[in-house]
Design a protein around this ligand. Structure first.
Ligand SMILES: *Cc1c(COP(=O)(O)O)cnc(C)c1O
Length: 368
């Protein structure tokens, strides 16, 4: 039985394993495992790639978001607007700093926060908007920045799924006040473990995050804040430095695969294809199954050897942990409808035409 996985991170190792082995061995031999040249170089190289001033590496995308909120002194009594249709981290960090997540429904075609609904969610307590460029697709940052500026709100971009994505010729993570990236292995640029980074044009924010990620300590053994230990390992930085030059090519391949799905699936009845978007980097290729049992189709695809994924089966406002916000079913109808319909098909840069044809044929069989 041929199995087409939803992603396959081993393929990159086949491609650049020799380079990776060399750099990792050199780090091991150097004895510099925490901090050092690879980390600072990668921070500079990544900030340059994104087109912004500063990069501050940390231990995960979640930490990047947490540190971003902390650097802006967002905490108890504050509200932060975000989407209920995202990975849990985007909202979790808001609670971690003691603030309150305020959810705003999404647009069905983009899966992203519905900007037409943002203004009515703003209150006196709102401090920031935290848009998520979900599945690699950029939020309309022109419109979002206009709303934020009008109401003097910070913008923290969750770029975890969108490394390299562009809005109006600028990379996401260079447009808001702060950009937050994850290098979890299945992201567009992934390391071999956990990793993250914060981008900003603001020197003071960058400096505050550098201090917060190191126990709130601007100088060793002197502590100005309660911080944390959130450093990117030297080995992971070295791996990311090898991989970064390949990122545009890998994103280009993802786009070609997405285009090919769009072509091959366009006449299939009963599904809605993801809306085209020039700046997307296609972390996921996500269709919506209409008027059919999505879970049954996923099970049948699996029988045919194709593994698909459901991102995300339960919207955040309906998670047990958010009972305290008091949102019942029906609070965010678009999010709820979409989460019952979504199905993400196999998507990774090395997915071959033959593998993709198998996915398309299997899906056709399931929809007959
Ligand atoms: C992966 C992800 C995160 C968290 O990144 P980690 O590195 O896993 O902590 C945050 N937000 C979104 C949208 C993500 O997909």
């Amino acid at each position: 039985m041929i199995k087409i996985p939803p992603f396959d991170v081993t393929k990159q190792f086949e491609l650049i394993g020799e380079e990776l082995n060399k750099t990792v061995t050199a780090v091991l031999a150097s004895g510099h495992y925490v901090g050092g040249e690879h980390v600072t170089q990668f921070e500079t190289e990544f900030a340059q790639y994104i087109g912004t001033e500063f990069g501050v590496a940390c231990n995960s995308g979640t930490d990047a978001l947490y540190l971003a909120l902390r650097s802006l002194d967002i905490g108890a009594g504050d509200e932060v607007i975000t989407t209920p249709f995202t990975f849990f981290s985007s909202a979790e960090v808001i609670d971690m700093v003691g603030a309150k997540p305020v959810f705003v429904d999404i647009e069905a075609h983009s899966f992203n926060i519905d900007l037409a609904l943002v203004e009515q969610a703003i209150t006196e307590r709102t401090r920031a908007i935290l848009p998520v460029h979900l599945f690699g697709r950029p939020v309309d940052m022109t419109q979002l920045m206009a709303i934020a500026r009008k109401h003097s709100l910070y913008v923290i971009e969750d770029c975890a799924q969108a490394t390299g994505a562009t809005w109006a010729d600028r990379k996401v993570g260079s447009i808001g006040d702060i950009g937050c990236f994850s290098y979890y292995p299945t992201k567009n640029l992934g390391c071999c473990g956990d990793g993250g980074l914060v981008t900003t044009k603001d020197a003071a924010i960058a400096q505050k995050i550098r201090v917060l990620r190191e126990h709130g300590s601007p100088q060793r053994y002197y502590h100005d804040y309660i911080g944390m230990n959130s450093r990117l390992d030297a080995i992971q930085a070295a791996i990311l430095r090898v991989k970064l030059p390949y990122l545009d090519k890998w994103n280009f391949l993802r786009k070609a695969i997405a285009d090919r799905y769009q072509q091959s699936l366009q006449y299939l009845e009963g599904i809605v294809l993801p809306a085209d978007c020039a700046g997307s980097v296609w972390n996921q290729y996500t269709i919506q199954i209409c008027n059919r049992d999505r879970n049954a189709i996923q099970a049948k695809l699996k029988e045919l050897g194709v593994i698909s994924m459901i991102y995300y089966p339960l919207p955040l406002h309906l998670q047990k942990v958010y009972d305290y916000l008091g949102h019942g079913k029906g609070s965010f109808p678009v999010t709820e409808a979409v989460s019952d319909r979504v199905l993400s098909l196999p998507m990774f840069p090395e997915l071959s035409d033959e593998q993709q044809d198998i996915v398309v044929d299997a899906l056709k069989q399931c929809l007959i």
